[in-house]
Structure formats: C-alpha cells, structure tokens
Design a protein. Structure first.
Ligand code: FAD
Ligand code: NAP
Length: 581
C-alpha cells in the first residue's frame, strides 16, 4: 500500500493446544483475552491486521473519528483505566483511539498472546474430542475448546465490482483499509464513491487538498453537525470525579450511552415548541439530535417533522438550490445510521466540488482515467471507495466454519444469520460471537455492548469449568424463538423501512434481514441476565456429572442495572410484550 504500511514478518507456522482461540484483536478480542486470562485459561488471539485496534487500525482515512462521545466511547471495566486515560476531544480522532487501543494492549500485557498479520481461514468442530481445529493463512494449525469470534460488525470492506475498475490507472483506496502513511491528494482530481459516515467525515478534508472533487451519491444521507471541540481540563475533571455514575447511567439507556432524551412525542408538541427543541438539539449536535422527542424513530408523522427541519438546514447551508435538493434525503430520518459531520454540506459550496447523482443511473463503468455515469465521463486521478462493509456477517463469511455433523455456518446462515442472543448458534458447540447478529451491537455504543458480551461469556465459561462441562450450544427451539423475536421487534421501528446495511440491503444479493436487536440495550441485558440466572436457559450443556449448581454471577454483576424508565422506548415496550423466549 505505502512505505509506512508494515509488511508482515516471516514466521514459522505454529501448532498448539489452547483453552480458547479468539479471532480478532479489536476492542472485543482484547477484552475477551483479558477475561480469559483472568479465568486462568490459555488463549491465542489471531489478528489479520498488523496491530491491535480493529476498526481503528484499519480506518485511517482523513477525518476518521468516533461519533459517540469519547468519554463514553471507551472501556468501563477498570476505574483505574478511566482515571489514567485522558481524551483530548469530544469526538477523538482515529490516531488517539488507536493509541488508546495500544495502551490497553500494553497496560494489560496482552500482546504476548496475540499473533498479528494472520487471518483465520477455517474452524472445524471435532465432536469426539470436543474441540475446535483452527487454521490460518500462515499455515498455523491449532486446537481449542472454545472458538470465540471477535471479528467485528464492520470489518469486511464492501468493494463493488464496478465494470472496468481494473482498467483504472490511478490508485483506488477503500476507507476501511487506508494506507498507514496517509494519502496526499494535493492537486489531484479525486472521485469519492459513497456518502455514508466514512465519506461524510473524509469529504471535507479531501476537498481541502484536491484540485477537483467529484462525489458519487447513491442515497442522500442525513447528517448532524458534530460541533467537535477540545475537552477542557475542567470538563474532564468533572466527568472523572464521578465516572462510575456516568457509566451506570449509560448502561441503563437503550443506546448504551447517556445523553439528554426528551420522551415527549413530537406530535404532542406545538409547531413552535418542536422548532425550538430541534434547534436546541441541532446546536448540541451529534447522535443525541434524535433525542429531541421520544417517538422519532417510531411514528412516521413525528419523523416527518424532524426530517423537514433537517432538510431546511441543508437548504440553508447549501447555496445552489439544485445541489441542496439532491442532498436532501427522502427516506426516514435516522433510518440508515445517522451521520455526524464537520462541514459536510458546506463543502458543496466550494467551486471545485461536484455532486453526481447515481441513484437512478448507477456508475456505468470505470475507465483508465475516469468514472462514467449516464454516458458522461468524470475525469479522476484517484478514487476513494467509501462504500462501507458487508456488515454484521461479512467477516464470518470469509471463514470456513464447520460445526457438528458437518453443518457449515455459511449454509445455516444462507437466508440470514441465526443466533441465540447473538452469542451462539445451534449446531456450533463452544462457538461464541461477540456482538453477533441478534444482539444490540451496532445499535448500541459498541464498547459497552462488547464488554457486556465478554463479561457474560466469561461467566458462562467459568460456570462450565465449575461443573466440568465439555460442550454447550443453544437449542434450535430457543434460537428460533429469539430470531423471530428480533425480527418482530424490528418491525416496531421505522429503522426497518429502508435499504440500510442493518438489513444487508447495501450489497446486492445479501438476504434482507434486520440483523441487530433493536429492543434496547438494557432490555437485552436483562434477558441475558435471566438466561444466566435460570441456569443458562435455552442452552444444552453436556457434563460429566449431572450438576444443578446455579451459575456464579461474577463479572456480569455490574450489568444488573435497572432500566431507566424515563427513556423506555416503544421498541423496549414491544420487546417486553413479546413473550419472553
Ligand atoms: P473490530 O474493531 O472490527 O475488530 C475486528 C478485528 O477482527 C479486525 O481487526 C479484523 O482484522 C479482525 N478479523 C476479522 N476477521 C478475521 C479473521 N478471519 N482472522 C483474523 N482476524 C480477523 N461504534 C461506536 O459505538 N461508536 C463510534 O463512534 C464508532 N465509530 C466507528 C467508526 C468507523 C469508521 C467504523 C468503521 C466503525 C465505528 N464504530 C463505532 C463501530 C466499531 O466497529 C466498534 O465500535 C468497535 O471498534 C468494534 O470492535 P470489535 O473488536 O468488535 O471489531
Ligand atoms: P455506509 O454507511 O454503508 O456507506 C457506504 C456508502 O457507499 C453509501 O452511501 C452507499 O450508498 C454507497 N455505495 C455502496 N455501494 C455503492 C455502489 N455500488 N454505487 C454507489 N454507491 C455505493 O459505510 P460507511 O460510511 O463506511 O459507514 C459504515 C458504518 O460504520 C456507519 O454506518 C457507522 O456505523 C460506522 N462509521 C462510523 C463513523 C463515525 O462517525 N464514528 C464513521 C464511519 C463509519 P447506499 O446508501 O445507497 O447503500
């Protein structure tokens, strides 16, 4: 890629026997390793990248930063860690988040058990030995009692096969695999394909460098200003003075992070009150904009009011009325993942920035020096593919995973992923997923979602050891009921109404299934807690000696928090109404 992207070091393939193999060394893989070690287990982590950090290792495009506030987009399991790490910005940039990931690896001494530049290619269950055999692209062949997938929800880049792409003579960069040394676009004609979060963050910065920037837009995107700022020492001190309280409030929220939320229905407010609230929320910025009223993602009439407000904002920023109209989305506000930007819409006021609509006439082909749409060639020297990911299941698809009786995960998930609580899948004993499909995952602040899954799994594995169990998997009946429940609850939300990556619709040919659990993080956590309290209800566990020993709640204790009833959403209500499976 570039001189600064390190080449993998040569090494001999390894063989070995471990208690657990973890795939991926992002936040999920690292925290899982930490907890496995706490149980005294041996673990090997394989990571395709050359370092830790996952998302923040790969996504080095200009402008990459978090959109959940940094003081909350961080681990909460260690109060010492909370105190010793200091974030510099409200939404910290990618290098700082990657530095945080590296700090975690060093502080908890994780690197010695992580093998980098190594992609797991196959995992096969041996039912006689009750072990997984795991293979990698570096020739490693190891076995483990547990195989834990920490492969990420947004880690398999989507590279559409545009006709002629191989003829292009310039570089093509994917935002999710950005060169380590950065890219200098100075004086170049750049084409950006896509207008999702990655594009929205990078476009204003690329526009500062490029001589011409052409953006190819398939779906116009809703975006709210970040109003990013440097965090003052006083603010940081105030949060740190009672960090556990903030963490507890976050855990009780449907999103897993805390922000002011007004439960009043939008249509119960008069027009003046609505405009005032939207204006205040716009001035606060970011994802909390959706907290202006309580029903915005549930009532179309309510959603129309916020959409209308946001369209007016776009029209007030973008000077050319025709471009402004092209930038105004016509889908439900917040249906696709809401974007958070710094100067995105205003970028289109620059004379060298052009917007090309590919919603009705898609990109026809790519030539040696341009991108052709509707018979017109737009000359470009470099292409930025901000085309997103095969979300939720894309990294699973790349591994040949074979469970009991030769069942492959690819076959089982052909019509859409099937997993109990997004944690495990019937037919795949001792195989676990962190933030898997059917869990809140991408609809929550993900580090919280990761921690809750890891803590729960660590308690499960600890229990199996306590009772001498060699294998566990969910029952088909319980898994089916959960998958059905996930689908049912999704229908309550307007989020199920558009062609988002939540449903796999961003990539042709993928099954259309609402993959994350939208019932809300605390409701989901309660369900996980109940399952554990009831002796891992919904799972079958084999055991040398029959044991009725109740599971010992260790790490999951901190997740036993009451739901913040002030913010119980219609989806959460529905999640409770549907019979508990
Ligand atoms: P990842 O960070 O994706 O790590 C998975 C790792 O597994 C990767 O390093 C990958 O290389 C490795 N892997 C995959 N397959 C294999 C294999 N076969 N063999 C070996 N290794 C493999 N979430 C938020 O909550 N807030 C945010 O502000 C936010 N911002 C984001 C910004 C961007 C640009 C993106 C893409 C995502 C963002 N997310 C955000 C979601 C983000 O993915 C999660 O917050 C979190 O970092 C996920 O951590 P993870 O460890 O589960 O997965
Ligand atoms: P994305 O949201 O899926 O956006 C991809 C863009 O590419 C969309 O505009 C999509 O159009 C377009 N596209 C895909 N295939 C195309 C094709 N064949 N022709 C033309 N356009 C095409 O991906 P992303 O921007 O990388 O973001 C993914 C997720 O990662 C986000 O939703 C968010 O969860 C996370 N993220 C967060 C941040 C942050 O602010 N912290 C930043 C980046 C990413 P369609 O909409 O029509 O499919």
């Amino acid at each position: 890629m570039d001189a600064k992207t390190p080449a993998p070091q040569a090494r001999a393939p390894e063989t070995g026997i471990f208690d657990a193999v973890v795939v991926g060394a992002g936040f999920a893989g690292m925290y899982m390793l930490h907890r496995l070690r706490g149980l005294g287990l041996s673990a090997r982590v394989y990571e395709a990248g050359g370092g830790v950090g996952g998302t923040w290792y790969w996504n080095r495009y200009p402008g990459a930063r978090c959109d959940v506030e940094s003081m909350q987009y961080s681990f909460s399991f260690s109060e010492e860690l909370d105190q010793e790490w200091t974030w510099s910005e409200k939404y910290s940039p990618q290098p700082e988040i990657l530095a945080y990931a590296n700090h975690i690896a060093d502080r908890f001494g994780l690197r010695q058990d992580i093998v980098f530049d190594t992609r797991v290619t196959a995992a096969t269950w041996d039912n006689r030995a009750k072990r997984w055999h795991i293979e990698t692209d570096r020739g490693d062949k190891v076995s483990a009692k547990f195989c834990i997938m920490a492969v990420g929800c947004l880690s398999a880049p989507n590279r559409p096969k545009f006709p002629g792409i191989e003829d292009f003579e310039g570089p093509v960069y994917h935002t999710g695999e950005w060169p380590h040394g950065g890219v200098d676009f100075t004086g170049l004609r750049v084409g950006v394909i896509g207008t999702g979060s990655s594009a929205i963050q990078s476009i204003p910065i690329i526009a500062e460098q490029a001589s011409h920037l052409t953006v190819f837009q398939r779906t116009a995107t809703w975006s709210v200003p970040a109003w990013n700022e440097t965090l003052t020492p006083d603010y940081v001190k105030a949060v740190k003075a009672d960090y556990p309280a903030l963490r507890a409030k976050a855990r009780a929220r449907p999103t897993g992070f805390y922000f002011p939320f007004n439960m009043k229905p939008a249509l119960d407010a008069g027009e003046d009150e609505r405009q005032q609230r939207y204006e205040e929320a716009w001035q606060r910025g970011g994802l909390p904009f959706l907290g202006a009223f309580g029903d915005l993602l549930f009532e179309k009439g309510a959603n129309d009011t916020i959409a209308s407000f946001a369209r007016d904002k776009i029209r007030s920023i973008v000077k050319d009325p025709a471009i402004a109209e092209l930038l105004c989305p016509d889908n439900v506000f917040g249906c696709k993942r809401l974007c958070v930007d710094t100067g995105y819409y205003a970028t289109y006021n620059l004379p060298h920035v052009k917007l090309v609509d590919v919603s009705k006439k898609p990109i026809e082909r790519i030539t040696a020096g341009g991108i052709v749409v509707d018979g017109v060639e737009y000359p470009v020297d470099a292409i930025v593919s901000a085309t997103g990911f095969a979300a939720m299941t894309g990294s699973f698809d790349k591994i040949a995973i074979t469970g009991r009786d030769g069942l492959t995960l690819a076959e089982k998930w052909r019509a859409g992923p099937r997993a109990y609580l997004g944690l495990a899948s019937a037919g795949f004993p001792n195989f676990f997923m962190i933030t898997g499909p059917g869990s809140p995952s991408v609809l929550a602040s993900m580090i919280q979602a990761i921690e809750q899954h890891v803590d729960w799994l660590a308690d499960l594995i600890g229990h199996m050891r306590d009772i001498g169990s060699s294998a566990i998997e969910p029952t088909v009946a319980d898994e089916d009921a959960w998958v059905e429940h996930v689908t049912e609850v999704s229908k309550v939300s307007l989020r199920s109404t558009c062609s988002s990556w939540y449903v796999g619709a961003n990539i042709p040919g993928r099954p259309i299934v609402f993959m994350p659990y939208i019932g809300g993080f605390p409701i989901y956590v309660q369900k996980c807690n109940e399952v554990m309290s009831n002796g891992f209800e919904g799972f079958v566990m084999d055991c040398a000696a029959a044991s009725n020993a109740p599971p010992r709640v260790r790490l999951t204790e901190r997740w036993r928090v009451p739901l913040d009833i002030e913010v119980i959403s219609p989806a959460a209500v529905a999640a409770r109404r549907v019979p508990v499976v």
